[in-house]
Ligand binder design. Structure first.
Ligand code: KIV
Length: 269
């Protein structure tokens, strides 16, 4: 079976078919996600918390990301199924300038990423354009941006008032125009998730952004019920029902595709 590409994900959006993304940080879980039919794997800097045991993503280094991206790429390659698209996070401080972003994105692409993700709004348009023009696909990340959560007053729902919602949508449109090929939208009211997905032609992947986005992503440890700390509203524990990790991943992929997840209890109205 052929690999899932950005073109595949774009076609799914055009055909109004939802798709799933899960984080993975090693070969075994990445291969399991591939076997379960998950369309995309995110090597998230959430590994700072769920793998390294830190309290945020800020301690994660480029070297950490390159190591885990290479592990995931090997797992996906050996899975013998339609290989999910691999997106890898550029960690905090590695994309303050376009040149830094270019050099550091190349490191993650060499490790096996198919696209790199970076967090932030309009101020990143030049960087997104720089990477895109040099052939590096970019996944933007708006709404709650964990690398800068302290500036946002913590892990809080974003875009609650009209001006903030408008800002998110304007930033999204600008980043798409700059060349972003995917967008993660985290912790916003349902209406904002749906409006951004409708405004963009690239796939919008929601996490706590309601049922109106084109796709859903969860942190693997959260949906397996093994994350430390408080469970966020948008998290559904798939392991509670499933008999295996692969069954939990498959249930997530199927529930996203059929629109069962997220249900109203996982959303910010
Ligand atoms: O690092 C990560 O896992 C993420 C998701 C929360 C989208 O960015």
């Amino acid at each position: 079976m052929s690999a899932i590409t950005l073109a595949t994900l774009n076609r799914l959006k055009t055909e109004r078919k939802r798709f799933s993304m899960l984080t993975a940080y090693d070969a075994s879980f990445a291969a399991t996600a591939a076997r379960a039919g998950v369309a995309s794997v995110l090597v998230g800097d959430s590994l700072g918390m769920v793998v390294q045991g830190g309290s945020s993503t800020v301690s994660v280094t480029l070297e950490d990301m390159a190591y885990h991206t290479a592990c995931v790429a090997r797992g996906v390659a050996g899975a013998g199924k339609a290989a999910p698209l691999i997106v890898a996070d550029l960690p905090l401080g590695t994309y303050y300038t376009a040149e830094d972003a270019g050099r550091n994105a190349a490191c993650l692409m060499r490790a096996g990423a198919n696209a790199v993700k970076l967090e932030g709004g309009a101020f990143l348009a030049e960087t997104v354009r720089f990477l895109t023009e040099r052939g590096v696909p970019v996944c933007a990340h708006l709404g709650l941006t964990p690398q800068t959560a302290d500036m946002l007053g913590g892990y809080k729902v974003q875009g609650r008032d009209e001006a903030a919602a408008r800002q998110i949508q304007d930033d999204a449109v600008l980043l798409e125009a700059a060349g972003a090929r995917l967008m993660v939208l985290e912790c916003v009211p349902d209406a904002v998730g749906a409006a951004v997905a409708a405004a963009l032609s690239i796939p919008v992947i929601g996490i706590g952004a309601g049922p109106g986005t084109d796709a859903q992503v969860l942190v693997m440890h959260d949906m397996l019920g093994v994350s430390p700390g408080r469970k966020a509203r948008f998290v559904k524990d798939y392991m509670a029902q499933a008999g295996s990790v692969e069954a939990a991943f498959r249930a997530f992929a199927e529930e996203v595709e059929t629109g069962v997840y997220p249900a109203p209890e996982h959303c910010y109205g």
